[in-house]
Design a protein around this ligand. Structure first.
Ligand code: G3P
Ligand code: MG
Length: 244
């Protein structure tokens, strides 16, 4: 089972910052997940929320701020004084961190609150400018953008993200044109996910931070997990593989 560092190594570092991504890049895990948003002046930046209030000393919506303004805020101190001075990273900067590593990069397109028209074009162009298309898988809770990315990046995996417990997940994925289904832990325990896996879909589950949930996901047969504690989960996986 593959391990993705969720928002980088976000359990121990400030989520979606270069510190968090550098820590993930150091680990022998499969990949990293990050959330992309866009500033008023069109810069692709990495942050989970549409607002910066929770993870910085600033306030307001990213889409209403220029890059110069958003860069003036501190995205590290909320997690601990040792991270003071961390800035919001750009997609360019994060791709640079992983340029020379083996990690797959799951870019989550955060268009499920604001549409950010053309976000997928900007993201694809940025990834291409780094010559890293083969290292990326895309995902979104916004299934309109999932459809568009399937068309625009036909050689990339595009995951449909789900929050709720659904029925006929496999048929829905088929209709959308993807076999990559990214589901929550509660949904992963239900019938629709078991059936989707049996039918050959790649199911990836967020957010797995406990060893017992890791074991459960392995038993269910999921392809990958997203975790805030990639080192802890890797150690757990490693110990099971070699000492069981
Ligand atoms: O992509 C998996 C996971 O990140 C989806 O939820 O809210 O943490 O972006 P969220
Ligand atoms: Mg995410």
């Amino acid at each position: 089972m593959n391990i993705f560092a969720h928002r980088g190594a976000s359990g121990t570092f400030p989520e979606n910052t270069l510190a968090s991504f550098r820590e993930a890049a150091r680990l022998p895990i499969y990949g990293v997940e990050l959330d992309v948003q866009r500033t008023k002046d069109g810069v692709l930046v990495i942050n989970h929320d549409e607002k910066i209030d929770r993870t910085s000393n600033g306030k307001g919506y990213i889409r209403d701020m220029t890059f110069e303004e958003i860069r003036s805020y501190d995205f590290g101190s909320w997690k601990g004084e040792q991270f003071a001075g961390e800035k919001i990273p750009t997609l360019d900067e994060v791709l640079d961190v992983f340029k020379a590593t083996h990690h797959m990069i799951n870019i989550e397109l955060k268009t499920d609150v604001f549409e950010y028209p053309g976000l997928e074009d900007d993201v694809i162009a940025t990834v291409k400018s780094h010559d890293m298309m083969e290292r990326v898988l895309f995902s979104s809770f916004d299934h309109e953008i999932v459809e568009r990315v399937i068309e625009k990046a036909p050689y990339n995996e595009v995951g449909a993200l789900f929050m709720k417990i659904l029925v006929n997940l496999d048929e829905y994925g088929e209709m959308l044109g993807t076999h990559a289904l990214h589901v929550s832990l509660v949904a992963a325990k239900r019938q629709a996910v078991k059936k989707a896996i049996e039918l050959g879909n790649k199911v990836r589950v967020y957010t797995i931070n406990k060893e017992e949930d890791y074991d459960l996901m392995e038993a269910i047969g999921v392809d990958a997990i997203f975790t805030d504690f990639p080192e802890k989960m890797y150690r757990h996986a490693y110990s099971k593989r070699y000492y069981k």
